[in-house]
Structure formats: C-alpha cells, structure tokens
Ligand binder design. Structure first.
Ligand code: UDP
Ligand code: MN
Length: 257
C-alpha cells in the first residue's frame, strides 16, 4: 500500500460530484498516488458507490455519533461541524504523508512533487496573504495532532468560523516560518484571481497546477448546455469551468444511471 495519498471531503452528494471530478482529474494527470474521500452518513448510497469506483478508499466519518473528544468539542461549538469533519483527515494514519484537496478543486497538471513538502505546506490566501488557504495543504496524519487540533478548537474556536481560521491559528508560524512551506500560488489558484489580475493569469496561466473554485459559484451549479457541450460563463473563466465540465460529462455523467 502507498504511504502517500490525496484526501478530499464530501458531506453531501453535491460536493460528492466535485469529489468525483477531482478524482478523475488526478487520474487524467497520471498521479502515482491513490485518492481517499472522507464522507459523512448524509451522502447517499448511490453516490457512495460512485465514489467507490474512482477513490481507493471511501471512509465514513461521523463526528456526531462518536463518543470521543471531537464529539464533546462539537457539543460546545456546533458551528464547527464541517470544520471538524475536515480535521478528521489527520486520523488517516495508514498514510505517512497526505495532500488535502477541497472537493471544489481541479488538478490540471501532475503535482506529485507536493508530497516532498512538509506539514503544514499551503499556498497564500488571496484575501489575506499572511494566511494560507486551507483548500490545498500538505499534512502528516497523526492522532496526536488530531487531538491537539480538537482541544485547540474547543478552547479557541476559529476566527472565521471555519477550518481555515482554525488551521491558520494552529499552524501560526506559517506566515513567518520556513519559506518551503509556502506553496507557489499555482498550486491553489482561487477563482478570485481570474477576475482580479487578468494579465498575470494570461502570463502564468499555462503553468497552473490546481484550480480552486472558491465561493458560492461552484462548477456543478453553473449553467451547462448539453447540446453544445459548453458552459455559460465569462470568457476568462470559461476555460477552467469547461475543463471541469468536460471531465464531468465525459467521465461522471456518462456513468450515471
Ligand atoms: N464541504 C462539504 N460539504 C459542505 C461544505 C464543504 O463536504 O457542505 C467540504 C468540501 O470538501 C469543500 C470543503 O469542505 O470543498 C470546503 O468548503 P468550500 O470549498 O465550499 O469552501 P470555499 O473553498 O468556497 O471557501
Ligand atoms: Mn473550496
């Protein structure tokens, strides 16, 4: 078994669609490493089956039913529900090194070199570049780290109410520490960049490794014309959405009942 794995999370079927396309994008670029998806019981059986067809492991995590530290912490901070689910990735101790990818990311070039980085490596967040964006990060599974994260969340909460705030407070030396833990922005190009700095996108775009469709406008919620096979979106963003949809139509939708 590989000691390295890609990890994502889907707590419902909608994000499950994102996870399916993400897994196909990893196959498309020929990654040598398996992909694992964490799901919650709210994911339906048919989606579970689909995920099982493309992920090496589909692992159900159920924070609410377990009588552990996470459960106790959650009782005090119910708003951190999805955040706690993401943190479960530290329990994947069957692997030594993992890269977490949000279900709304798309790998466009092989990124296997990410596994050479150390915990916690991540790319800057465009909203506040002294914080890392928690949609793509390199980590080392460890039950001890998981327990510490839960205790930290219980005591301090998260300054943004989500996993990004919590992880940035916990790994607080990221901004000023080892520069090798700063991933190039190309490993987590958030969709805001498509709008805010178009010349840079034109100049560096061909080196892009991972696209991250942050915010409410997820690819699976866009208008897609099945007759023409094209997405309805502004020019500069259409290319990336089209890539997501091409994988969806070619690899996922064609397999749906
Ligand atoms: N997620 C999920 N269910 C939800 C919300 C989020 O499974 O209802 C997972 C999913 O992997 C998602 C990640 O948590 O990609 C982070 O949320 P999202 O990508 O929506 O946040 P953004 O990147 O837009 O800030
Ligand atoms: Mn995301």
């Amino acid at each position: 078994m590989s000691s390295r794995a890609w990890v994502t999370l889907a707590t419902n079927d909608s994000y499950g669609l994102g996870a399916l396309v993400l897994a196909h994008s990893l196959r498309r670029v020929g990654s040598s490493y398996p992909a694992v998806v964490l799901i919650t019981p709210s994911v339906t059986d048919p989606m579970r089956e689909r995920l099982g067809g493309v992920f090496a492991e589909v692992i159900t995590v159920d924070v609410l039913d377990s009588q552990d530290a996470a459960h106790l912490a959650l009782l005090q901070r119910p708003e951190l529900g999805i955040t706690f689910t993401k943190i479960h990735c530290w329990n994947l101790t069957q692997y030594e090194k993992c890269v977490f990818l949000d279900a709304d990311t798309l790998v466009v070039q092989n990124c296997d070199e990410l596994f050479e980085r150390e915990q916690l490596s991540a790319a800057p967040d465009v909203g506040w570049p002294d914080c890392f964006n928690s949609g793509v990060f390199v980590f080392s599974p460890s039950v001890d780290t998981f327990t510490k994260l839960i205790a930290f969340a219980q005591e301090r909460g998260s300054f943004d109410g989500g996993d990004q705030g919590l992880l940035n407070s916990f790994f607080s030396d990221w901004a000023r520490g080892d520069i090798n833990k700063h991933l190039p922005f190309l490993y987590n190009v958030t969709s805001a960049a498509f709008y805010s700095y178009l010349p840079a996108l034109k100049h560096y775009g061909q080196n892009l490794k991972i696209i991250h469709f942050i915010g409410a406008a997820k690819p699976w919620l866009q208008q897609f014309n099945f007759e023409s096979g094209s997405v309805d979106a502004p020019d500069h963003i259409r290319g990336f959405l089209q890539l997501w949809w091409d994988l969806f139509v070619g690899q996922v939708h064609s397999q749906l009942d």
